[in-house]
Design a protein around this ligand. Structure first.
Ligand code: GLY
Length: 429
């Protein structure tokens, strides 16, 4: 089976690596920069912008690929699924219209509102700087300012955490008032990802990502510094009831999209806040999370290629998807200065002997075999284990062996950090 993977980051290396576990699958790749990990498992790599739809579809047709798996959100917004499916190539990823769940924050909230879906925070959509500013000035409490369009995961500003009222006003003005303003949610965040075939939804293990750049959840927001999951596939601060309610919210979204004749197919990513009032939707993404894909795909025990076929046929069932009962800890290494002033071109050396899984992201491999940093996240190590402690030690052993101008968060996946999350949730309930 010939499968095209679009995208060249850590998430896409995890997708390509999971697909390559089926010896009958041939992987083709479209990416803007050569990812050494994808390069190693792909039969053929085509270097082009992932949003250059015509070019990517041309490559797919020439090579006779049978399915495509879309990693990042930008090509979804550019309509790559619509174009590939018109060329007869079924995709794991939603159409441009269905991807608005992620690419248009106003659409997402209005869809939840119209369908009276559970878990929607109080929100208002603005298209005028004067009106947005007036609302922020008058609102009694903290707000979240979200740009309506895509921002690479770094565009949200939270009053009382990252900015004060004056900062929120300045930010809304800088976006010309094209914003969604939402009530600030208090609680613990978690990610629920699911495979969706247009109608059926099969959940994956819960994961918690860490957006802040430095240990102790300090510093600016990043694309995600690392993440962990537990052997029982839920998180200790998320009850069974909260998990089932979150899953029901995701199911109701898929049903609402089907009713609106814009069926959703691919990976649905729900970022939830577990609040004292139950789970609330922070946002939906129309693709795997990065780094969360690396957690779940490292322990996927069923065949991802078969899941691709099932999603395409609309015949996915829970029995087609299983995961090892293992904890996972993912630690991303990032270049110096990341995310505000990332430095590129620094040489790094990787440890030779370690038991972690390595996923390459934004790193250049020279012909000599040496590696140079680029301006985004460099590479990630995922530790697996029967307990969180074992998984964390494994990831830490590998990450600490990297030499050069990169850094990572040492606290991700540690028992101390998990205990803080549990205590925080107890305080709120
Ligand atoms: N981990 C956050 C994201 O992928 O958007």
């Amino acid at each position: 089976m010939k499968i095209l993977v679009v995208g060249g980051g850590g998430r896409e290396h995890a997708i390509a690596s999971a697909l390559s576990r089926n010896p009958d699958t041939e992987i083709y790749s479209v990416m803007i920069r050569r990812n050494p990990g994808i390069d190693a498992v792909a039969k053929k790599v085509h270097i082009c912008r992932e949003t250059d739809v015509k070019n990517a579809v041309g490559f797919a047709r020439e090579e006779g690929v049978e399915y495509a798996f879309i990693g990042p959100e930008a090509p979804l917004e550019a309509g790559i699924v619509d174009a590939l499916e018109s060329a007869g190539i079924p995709c794991i990823g939603p159409t441009k219209a269905a991807a608005r769940l992620e690419t248009d924050k106003a659409f997402c909230r209005q869809m939840m509102d119209i369908n009276q879906l559970d878990g929607c925070p109080l929100y208002r959509v603005f298209h005028s700087a004067a009106e947005a500013v007036n609302f922020i000035e008058e609102y009694d409490g903290d707000l979240v300012v979200k740009p309506i369009g895509l921002t690479g995961g770094k565009g949200v500003r939270i009053m009382g955490e990252q900015v004060d009222r004056a900062g929120a006003i300045a930010y809304a003005r800088s976006l010309n008032g094209e914003v969604v303003l939402e009530e600030r949610l208090l609680g613990e965040e978690f990610t629920l990802q699911a495979f969706v075939d247009g109608n059926h939804l099969v959940p994956m293990p819960l994961v918690q990502d860490h957006k802040r750049a430095f240990d102790g959840d300090t510093g600016p927001n990043t694309g995600g510094m690392g993440s962990y999951s537990m052997p029982d596939h839920i998180l200790p601060f998320v009850s069974e009831r909260v998990f089932l309610r979150s899953l029901a919210i995701m199911q109701s979204v898929v049903a609402a999209m089907e009713r609106a004749e814009s069926p959703y197919k691919g990976i649905l990513y729900g970022q939830f806040m577990n609040t004292a009032q139950g789970p609330k939707v922070i946002e939906f993404n129309a693709r795997f999370g990065d780094p969360e894909a690396m957690n779940v795909l490292s322990i996927l025990s069923s065949d991802l290629s078969e899941i691709v076929c099932r999603i395409s046929e609309g015949s996915l069932a829970s029995s087609h998807v299983s995961f090892e009962p293992l904890a996972t800890v993912c630690k991303y290494l990032v270049p110096e200065g990341y995310p505000d002033a990332p430095h590129a071109g620094d040489p790094i050396t990787l440890p030779k002997n370690h038991p972690a899984v390595l996923y390459y992201a934004n790193v250049e491999k020279k012909a000599s075999g040496s590696f140079l940093t680029q301006t985004s996240r460099t590479l990630a190590y995922v530790g697996l284990g029967e307990t969180l402690e074992v998984a964390e030690r494994t990831a830490e052993q590998a990450a600490s062996g990297v030499k050069g101008a990169v850094r990572y968060r040492q606290d991700i996946g540690t028992r101390a950090l998990l205990e803080r999350r549990i205590a925080h949730m107890k305080e709120l309930l």
